[in-house]
Design a protein around this ligand. Structure first.
Ligand SMILES: *Cc1c(COP(=O)(O)O)cnc(C)c1O
Length: 258
């Protein structure tokens, strides 16, 4: 197990502080991409603003955040209404219950946690009614027993074959959460699994996987994720500052970290 102590996430409140944090993360993205022989232009930084109040989000938006990620639908809906004057786009990145799909269809540009057909159907019905489309990522469970959300890898191919009938859903690629562990080898394995699944889908049915994006990596592991091929990293705390709410509010508790 690695025993390095991660640097604390610096809190940001002003436009200048957000600009500084964004620049620091962007510099890390560029360094990680360079290590992997990749172009940082192929890595999108999605700032994740959950728990951050609207007043602070105005500063983050002024500092250059054009699309924000939120885990909970009600919170995202409220923020999208209160910040509608700023033209910011919204990505819902958390597990969705079927009865909340209608809400997501109303305001989101992107949904990154698609893992069941009932939700796909509910989204498609509402989007059709509204004349909207939605970018979607299929969430895959790459950490086996330690996460409740996401498709088991063995079910991905069958699932992708079901999606074309939902014409409003524009498949962008795959999304995963890695294990929460200091063991970087095991974290890398999760990311590598997602990349392999994407590569296989591209080979066997390229028409089903869209641009084949890989959304993987958060504040604690986005550099590793980029080394493993991430094209979208979802970063909250490294931009906004440490969160007080436990992560178990957003995803089921992982097993003991080891
Ligand atoms: C909160 C969240 C993130 C970002 O986590 P940070 O530790 O704040 O970077 C990424 N993905 C999902 C699904 C999240 O809920």
């Amino acid at each position: 197990m690695a025993d390095s102590v991660p640097a604390p996430h610096p809190y940001a409140n002003t436009t200048a502080e957000f600009a500084a944090n964004l620049a620091a993360v962007q510099a890390n993205i560029e360094a990680a991409a360079a290590r992997a022989g990749r172009s940082a232009q192929n890595v999108r930084l999605l700032p994740v603003s959950k728990t951050v109040p609207e007043e602070r989000l105005r500063q983050a938006i002024a500092a250059g955040c054009h699309r924000l990620g939120e885990n909970k639908v009600q919170e995202a809906k409220r923020k999208s209404a209160n910040l509608a004057d700023l033209g910011v786009e919204w990505a819902v990145i958390g597990h969705l219950q079927t009865n909340k799909a209608k809400d997501v269809a109303l305001f989101a540009t992107e949904f990154q946690a698609l893992d069941n057909l009932r939700v796909a159907d509910a989204l498609d019905r509402k989007l059709t009614e509204l004349g909207r489309t939605l970018e979607v990522f299929v969430q895959v469970n790459t950490s086996a027993e330690e996460s409740k959300f996401g498709l088991p890898p063995a079910e991905l191919d069958g699932f992708l074959h079901e999606l074309p009938r939902f014409e409003t859903l524009k498949v962008q690629g795959l999304m995963t959460l890695a294990l929460f562990t200091a063991d970087t080898g095991r974290v890398r394995t999760c990311f590598g699994t997602l990349r392999t699944l994407r590569d296989r889908a591209r080979e066997s049915s390229p028409e089903l996987i869209g641009p084949g994006e890989l959304s993987m990596g958060m504040s604690g592991d986005y550099e590793l994720a980029i080394e493993e091929g991430a094209t979208c990293v979802r970063v909250g705390q490294a931009i906004f500052g440490a969160r007080n709410t436990p992560d178990s509010r957003y995803w089921p508790p992982a097993g003991p970290t080891d």
